[in-house]
Each structure stands twice: as structure tokens, then as C-alpha cells.
Design a protein. Structure first.
Length: 466
């Protein structure tokens, strides 16, 4: 009972009642038109026939007098007919016609009126039948009633009227039932969405909205809601594991920082110079601050900050600046560095974010490529018209099954644990790619010249600038 009352208060049910009411009004208009086109047409036809015959009688009286009119009334009264006549004297005495007496209730003017009369049956009985007529007053006080039997028409009209009322009631009832059924299904789907929302609020991030794959508005809403929940679950899971990752990756530098400061304190007690130890501790602190700054920057990018700062740019100048900056760094590390840029490409990007993302890719390539290997920075137009910026090296590469995992925060491969870093470089590149609507992929490179390794090709593919 409570659920039924709650359903009756829902917006969907109220809309259903409104739609059913409007539908009933529309159907009533149609049925009224049907009534007017059938029963109304028959009534108008009877009225026109009465008026025509009344005019004929008046003309006959003017032309042939009482005898001529009487002759016409007698001729038309013979046999079974729907037409009714009664010619009377000024005192109301009957002269001729197929009616026995004047109706008791009749108007004083010449307008048409309805009345009943006695009709003889085959069993020598009489029955009352309905009729419609007009009383015409002639010169000399004579009167003639011209009428028409409308009993059959009245029965037909009554059947039409009953059918109209019955049809209207059925249409209204069917509309309410059908609307209630449809709105109940609609309300059930909304209840499913509300149930999912309540479960997620309670902490169950695995709850998902059911879909019927019909492609309607609610199905599309469920799909978008599920995508949103998938993203929330990924972000929440990432935050949940972020603490463990931070503790694991920052424990060593924090321990070194504490040990150096403790050693510096002991050296200071002995009067020794602690400047070098303090400088190393300061470098460790700077590294920790940079790590937290990177985490904060990634979080802001994932939240959509600086998206409104994107503009149409030519990335060639950025590529040239990075090539000029990193070529001597690569040569100092014993690596060959080449760059290749295609002119005339435009993308929608933020210069600072794009420069930082490419710098992270170049830093990783220089860090992990052994001496004697090669690094290439390229800007070219892909076959589908998009702009493609890639950093390729002939180093050890990344296993195919780990390429998606290394894009997450604080993820470092076991063989990279000994190298300095926080595991945030590629996750920052992914965040920059997301805010630009770009695609970030890691692929096999051209292969190493000194190692049995595939190398690595990191690609940022930007959509066409509009």
C-alpha cells in the first residue's frame, strides 16, 4: 500500500494522468465530430424536409385554396410513410391527415418542435413514437401540422450516443492503465538508478546501473552513469593505492634524509664541517618536494584544470626548442639524437603542458637508454590527418603487458627500482594527453643495436585542430 501511494505521487504518474486526460479530450472531440456528422446530419436532414414540405403546403393553399391543400394532404397521407400531416379548422377540428389530433404541447410561433403520437401496429394496438414537426397557420384560421417520424433516427442517435460514451470511458480507462503500466516501468528504471546512487553513496563503488540496450534516453543515461562510476572507481582505487606507493617509493629517500641529518648532527657535535651532508639532505628534500608537486599537478590535470587555456598552436617551435635543449644532454650521455619535423601542422594545446610532457618522455629515454643507443624526436602528420609527436629510443623498452600499468602513478618496473625517479613521469604524460583529448600509446621501437631489446616508441597523437 505504501509503495502504491508513493507511486501515485510520482511525477511519471502525474504526467501519465495529464497525457491520459489530454488524450481523452482529443478523443472526445473526435467522437463529438462523429456524432455531429451522423446524428446531427440526420436531424438537419429531417428539419430541411419538414421546412420544404411546409413551404409546399403554403404555396398549395395560396394557389388552390383549402380544397387543393386538402387533396394534397390526403394523397400524401395514404400508405405507410415517415411524413406526418394534420389539417385542421380554426377551432381545431380535424379535416384530413394521418394524425388523429394536434399535440398538446406546441409552441406559439412557427418553429419546429418535438412531440409524440399514437402509431397503430399490425396487432391493432397503438404505440407511442417520437416525431418532429412544424405548425403552419394559414389565412382564414386554418392550420396544418407538417411532421416527420424520427423514432428510428432517435434510436440510432441513442445507440451512437451510448457508443460514444462507452468508447470515451474505455479510451480513458485504457489510457490510464496503459499510462500507468508505462510510467510504472519508467519509474522502475528510475528506481534502479536511484538504488545505484544510494549504493555508491554508501561506499559500494562496484554498483552499476542496469541497461536494456534499447538506446533510449534512460539507457543512454545508464551508460553515461556507468562510465562515470568506472572513472570514479579507477580514481578512488588509484588514491587507495597511492598511499602504499608513496610509502614504498619515498621510504628510501626519507630514510637517507634522516640518516644524513643524524650524521650531520653527530659531525656538528664533533666540530666537523657538515656542509656537504646538509647539501645532500637539501637535495633529497628538493626531490621529495618535486615528487609531491608532480602528484599535485597530475591531480589538478585529471580534475580538468587549464583545459580552458588550450589554444591553436603550431607544435614545430616547441619541438625545435626541445631538440636544441636535449641534443647536448643526449650527447653527454653517449647517445645519438635526431629530430624530424613536418611543417604546417596545428593542434589545440597548452604550450607549457605539452613541453613538460615531451620533456618527461625525453628524460625517460635518456635515463634508460644505454650508452651508444639512439633517440629520435619526430613531428609528422598521420594517415588520418592527426598530428603525431613521438619519442623513439633503442633502449630496453617496456614489456607489452606492462605498458598500460606504467602510465599509472608511482608504478615502476622492478628493473627500474635502482634508478632515480618517482614513477610519475608517464602518468603526468597521460594526464596531459587526457586534458588535450590526445591518445598516448607505447609501442615497440626499431630495436636496439647493442641489446636484444625492442626499444620503445612513445607517441602522442592529437586530434585535428578545428
Amino acid at each position: 500500500m505504501t509503495q502504491r501511494r508513493a507511486f501515485l505521487r510520482t511525477t511519471t504518474f502525474r504526467i501519465t494522468l495529464l497525457a491520459a486526460g489530454l488524450f481523452a479530450v482529443f478523443v472526445s472531440i473526435i467522437l463529438a465530430y462523429v456524432y455531429s456528422a451522423t446524428a446531427g446530419a440526420m436531424a438537419r436532414q429531417d428539419s430541411r424536409a419538414i421546412e420544404t414540405q411546409a413551404e409546399d403546403m403554403v404555396r398549395a393553399y395560396r394557389r388552390s385554396g383549402l380544397n387543393g391543400l386538402n387533396r394534397i394532404v390526403v394523397e400524401r397521407s395514404v400508405g405507410a410513410s415517415e411524413d406526418l400531416y394534420l389539417l385542421t379548422r380554426p377551432n381545431g377540428q380535424r379535416i384530413s391527415g394521418n394524425l388523429s389530433a394536434l399535440p398538446e404541447d406546441r409552441p406559439d410561433d412557427d418553429s419546429q418542435f418535438g412531440f409524440t403520437y399514437q402509431y397503430p401496429t399490425e396487432d391493432d394496438e397503438t404505440v407511442e413514437r417520437r416525431a418532429k414537426g412544424r405548425m403552419v397557420r394559414l389565412l382564414g384560421g386554418y392550420q396544418i401540422l407538417v411532421g416527420r417520424d424520427v423514432e428510428e433516427n432517435a434510436r440510432y442517435v441513442r445507440r451512437v450516443t451510448d457508443a460514444i460514451w462507452t468508447g470515451s470511458a474505455l479510451v480513458l480507462a485504457f489510457g490510464v492503465l496503459l499510462g500507468g503500466f508505462v510510467s510504472r516501468r519508467f519509474a522502475q528504471r528510475l528506481d534502479d538508478l536511484n538504488t545505484v546512487a544510494r549504493e555508491v553513496t554508501a561506499g559500494n563503488l562496484t554498483a552499476r546501473a542496469p541497461r536494456n540496450h534499447s538506446g533510449d534516453e534512460l539507457d543512454e543515461l545508464s551508460a553515461n552513469l556507468n562510465e562515470m562510476l568506472d572513472r570514479i572507481e579507477r580514481l578512488t582505487t588509484g588514491l587507495r593505492h597511492a598511499g602504499d606507493s608513496i610509502a614504498h617509493d619515498l621510504r628510501s629517500p626519507l630514510t637517507r634524509l634522516r640518516n644524513r641529518m643524524e650524521d650531520s648532527l653527530r659531525e656538528a657535535e664533533r666540530g666537523a664541517d657538515c656542509q656537504e651532508a646538509l647539501q645532500q639532505a637539501l637535495d633529497d628534500a628538493d626531490g621529495l618536494l618535486n615528487t609531491f608537486a608532480s602528484v599535485l599537478k597530475i591531480a589538478r590535470l585529471e580534475a580538468g584544470e587549464r583545459r580552458e587555456q588550450l589554444s591553436i598552436i603550431d607544435p614545430q617551435q616547441i619541438i625545435e626548442d626541445l631538440a636544441e635543449l636535449y641534443e647536448p644532454v643526449a650527447e653527454d650521455s653517449g647517445l645519438s639524437f635526431t629530430s624530424d619535423m613536418e611543417e604546417g601542422l596545428t593542434i589545440r594545446a597548452d604550450r607549457g603542458l605539452l613541453s613538460q610532457a615531451l620533456a618527461n618522455l625525453l628524460d625517460n629515454a635518456i635515463k634508460y637508454a644505454p650508452e651508444g643507443e639512439a633517440i629520435a624526436l619526430r613531428l609528422r602528420k598521420a594517415s588520418d590527418g592527426r598530428a603525431e609527436i613521438s619519442v623513439t629510443d633503442t633502449g630496453p623498452g617496456i614489456p607489452a603487458d606492462a605498458r598500460e600499468r606504467v602510465k599509472k602513478r608511482f608504478v615502476r618496473l622492478d628493473e627500474s627500482r635502482s634508478a632515480q625517479g618517482s614513477g610519475l613521469g608517464l602518468s603526468l604524460v597521460q594526464a596531459v594527453a587526457d586534458i588535450h583529448g590526445a591518445e598516448f600509446t607505447l609501442e615497440d621501437g626499431p630495436g636496439s643495436s647493442t641489446l636484444e631489446a625492442p626499444g620503445l616508441r612513445a607517441v602522442l597523437t592529437f586530434p585535428r585542430a578545428r
